[in-house]
Design a protein around this ligand. Structure first.
Ligand code: PLP
Length: 394
C-alpha cells in the first residue's frame, strides 16, 4: 500500500481564476462582440528588452559550437550573473558575498522549496491577504499557520504585537495583492521582533523594482540586523518580464544561524541535491538585464506600467474611493463601493462597464470587500477602463 502525504487533503481548491474565466465566458456568450477590458492581469504584457534578447541569442549560438557549449552549470548560478546581482545590491549599499546569492528559476519555486530546510514543528505567520503560495506550501508540510491581519485600519501593513508567536514569518513588500509597502521603521520593528524571538523572516521582494519612492526599502537588508534573521526572495519576472523565461534569486546570508545550523549551508545542500540550475541561455539574458543598457530598457517598461497605475489611482482619487498600492507597486487594491462584497463588485463592473478585475476575497478572508486592479494592461486600455469605471461609479 502506498501512503500519500495526507496534508495535501487539507488544501482547499482555489477557484478564483477559473471562476473569473467562467464568468467572463458566460457574459461574452450572452453579449457577443462586447469589448471586455481585463484589468486583473497578474502577468506582464511587454516583451523582453532588446539587451536580454541579444544576450540570449548569442548564448544560443554558443550552445551550437563545441568550444562554447555549456552542459550542467553550477546549481547556485554562474559567477557572471551572481557578480551582477551582487553589484545590484552594492549599488544600494548592501554588501553580499557571492556565495550568499542563489540563482533559481523564479521566486515561486524558492518560496516553496525553502521549507525543506525548516522543521515541520515551526509555527508560521502569514499576512492576510497575500500571495496564496505561502499558505498552500505550508499546508502541504502540515505546519500550523496563523495570520497577520491586514485591513483598512493598518493600511494593509500588519505589525507584530503581543499575540504574535511564530518562528517563520512571511513578509511581502510591495505586497501582492494590496500593493502596500512597508516603511523602513515598520520593517525595523519586524526585524527587531525576529531577532528577539529567534524567528526567521522570509521576505518576498518580487515587486521591489516598482518602488519609486527613495524613502521606502526595496530590500530587507536595508534594515540593520536583517542579515541575522532574514532570507530574501527576488525575481526577474515582474522586474524584467521574465515570467515565461524564468529566472529569480534568493539571498541567504551566511550570518543566518538557527538551531546551531547555518541556513546558507543547508540551502546550498538542498539546491545542489534537488536542483540542477537555470539554463545558461536564460542566465545570460538575466545578466544582460543587470547591465547599464538593460537597466535602462527594463526601467522604461516599468515606467510604462507606472503610467497605467497612475491612471488607475487618479480615477480612484477623483471618485474618493479608498485604495492602497499603485504608487510603488503594479497593484491597486480598492475598496468595493456601496458596501458590495468582492464578487458583487466583480459582477457589477463586468456588466456595467465591461471591465474585469480580481475579487479580493480570493487572497484571504481580509480581502472580502476589496478588489485588485493591475497596471499590466496597455496605456490605451487602462485609460478606457478607468473612463468606464468612473462613468459607472460617478
Ligand atoms: N511572489 C509574489 C508576491 C508574486 O506575486 C509572484 C508572482 O505572481 C511570485 C512571487 C512568483 O514569482 P516568479 O515568477 O519569480 O516565480
Amino acid at each position: 500500500m502506498v501512503y500519500i502525504n495526507k496534508n495535501y487533503t487539507n488544501l482547499t481548491e482555489n477557484y478564483l481564476f477559473s471562476e473569473i474565466a467562467r464568468k467572463i465566458s458566460e457574459y461574452s456568450a450572452r453579449n457577443p462582440g462586447t469589448d471586455i477590458i481585463k484589468m486583473g492581469i497578474g502577468d506582464v504584457t511587454l516583451p523582453l528588452c532588446d539587451e536580454a534578447i541579444r544576450a540570449m541569442t548569442r548564448a544560443v549560438s554558443e550552445m551550437g559550437k563545441a568550444e562554447t557549449f555549456h552542459g550542467y552549470g553550477p546549481e547556485q548560478g554562474y559567477d557572471f550573473l551572481r557578480q551582477k546581482i551582487r553589484s545590484y545590491y552594492a549599488d544600494r549599499k548592501i554588501q553580499l558575498d557571492e556565495d550568499e546569492i542563489f540563482v533559481s528559476d523564479g521566486a515561486k519555486s524558492d518560496l516553496g522549496n525553502i521549507l525543506d530546510i525548516f522543521g515541520k514543528e515551526n509555527r508560521v505567520l502569514i499576512p492576510d491577504p497575500v500571495y496564496p503560495v505561502y499558505v498552500d506550501t505550508n499546508i502541504m508540510d502540515g505546519r500550523s499557520i496563523s495570520f497577520a491581519d491586514a485591513d483598512r485600519e493598518n493600511n494593509f501593513l500588519p505589525m507584530p504585537n503581543e499575540n504574535t508567536h511564530a518562528e517563520l514569518i512571511y513578509i511581502c513588500s510591495p505586497n501582492n495583492p494590496t500593493g502596500a509597502v512597508y516603511s523602513r521603521s515598520q520593517l525595523k520593528s519586524w526585524v527587531d521582533f525576529a531577532l528577539q524571538n529567534g524567528s526567521v523572516i522570509l521576505f518576498d521582494a518580487a515587486y521591489e523594482s516598482f518602488v519609486s519612492s527613495p524613502d521606502l526599502p526595496r530590500s530587507i537588508y536595508e534594515i540593520e540586523g536583517a542579515k541575522y534573521c532574514a532570507v530574501e526572495f527576488c525575481s526577474l519576472s515582474k522586474t524584467a518580464g521574465f515570467t515565461g523565461t524564468r529566472c529569480g534569486y534568493t539571498i541567504v546570508p551566511k550570518s543566518l544561524v538557527f538551531d546551531k545550523y547555518r541556513l546558507n549551508k543547508l540551502w546550498l545542500r538542498r539546491q545542489t541535491t534537488k536542483f540542477n540550475g537555470v539554463s545558461y541561455i536564460v542566465q545570460r539574458g538575466a545578466e544582460a538585464v543587470f547591465g547599464e543598457t538593460g537597466q535602462k530598457q527594463i526601467k522604461a517598461n516599468i515606467d510604462y506600467y507606472r503610467e497605467n497605475a497612475k491612471l488607475i489611482t487618479s480615477a480612484l482619487d477623483k471618485l474618493g474611493i479608498y485604495y492602497t498600492g499603485g504608487k510603488n507597486s503594479p497593484y491597486i487594491w480598492m475598496e468595493c463601493p456601496d458596501g458590495m462584497n468582492s464578487w458583487q463588485f466583480f459582477d457589477c463592473l463586468l456588466s456595467g462597464a465591461n471591465v474585469v478585475g480580481t475579487p479580493g476575497s480570493g487572497f484571504g478572508k481580509n480581502g472580502e470587500g476589496f478588489f485588485r486592479l493591475t497596471a499590466f494592461s496597455t496605456n490605451e486600455k487602462t485609460a478606457e477602463a478607468m473612463e468606464r469605471l468612473s462613468g459607472l461609479l460617478a
